[in-house]
Write a protein of this length. Structure first.
Length: 220
């Protein structure tokens, strides 16, 4: 068996029925997807959908979370949207790769005060933290930030230093949410509702979702 958690990237450059797996990204979760044979054709299955795809391995560099690239035809057939997150489970006995959508991801982020008042309509999130949470880095991305019953829509801004794991809010927004800077907070993001909940670290069980793996190991 082989398991892992990946993000989806749809690439028009790929041949039909092709899946490229990049499983060695710096911030990716432990996985053993290398056990799927490179260049091998497998049966891809999602619920009652299935079909043949050719798996290709590539090494990632400067990527924050493991991902797969699929051609547009495969993406449409298996209802995989660009930026969505999936678990992969491969059974070599039947040569079947099962995929399942993950809607929520969690991480810890260090809150920093953002002094610029024109950022009152924004939340600044380091790219690494963004990747852990499964928030797509699309232009003009807007998410709902919530703490308890208090919520507000904020535009996502990615700082120049993409390796940052901090998130920044202006003082007026921190007061709105009842948050204090200079400490870590638990963050849970839902891809379906595009909502990021902020809560005390103790309220989140682990920094990131942890799939069941048989042999743990370590975007272009």
């Amino acid at each position: 068996m082989a398991s892992g958690v990946v993000d989806i990237q749809v690439s028009k450059e790929l041949a039909e029925n092709t899946m490229v797996i990049i499983y060695n990204c710096e911030g990716g979760l432990p996985n053993d997807l290398h056990l799927i044979r490179d260049g091998y054709e497998v049966t891809l299955q999602r619920a009652d959908l299935e079909g043949k795809v050719r798996v290709v391995h590539e090494q990632g560099s400067d990527c924050s979370f493991n991902y797969i690239e699929v051609d547009p035809l495969t993406a449409r057939k298996f209802r995989m949207r660009h930026g969505s997150r999936f678990t992969l489970n491969y059974d070599p006995n039947v040569n079947r790769l099962r995929i399942r959508r993950i809607t929520t991801s969690q991480a810890h982020g260090f809150l920093v005060s953002e002094p610029r008042k024109h950022r009152d309509g924004s939340i600044i999130i380091g790219y690494t933290l963004l990747s852990w949470l499964g928030i797509p880095s699309t232009p003009n991305m807007v998410i709902t930030v919530a703490n308890g019953s208090i919520s507000k829509k904020l535009k996502v801004v990615i700082p120049e230093n993409e390796l940052e794991t901090d998130f920044r809010l202006t003082p007026i927004n921190m007061r709105r949410f009842g948050l204090r800077p200079g400490k870590k907070w638990g963050l849970v993001y839902n891809q379906l509702t595009q909502t990021m909940k902020v809560m005390p670290v103790a309220a989140t069980a682990s920094r990131r979702i942890r799939p069941r793996l048989t042999k743990p190991t370590r975007r272009r």
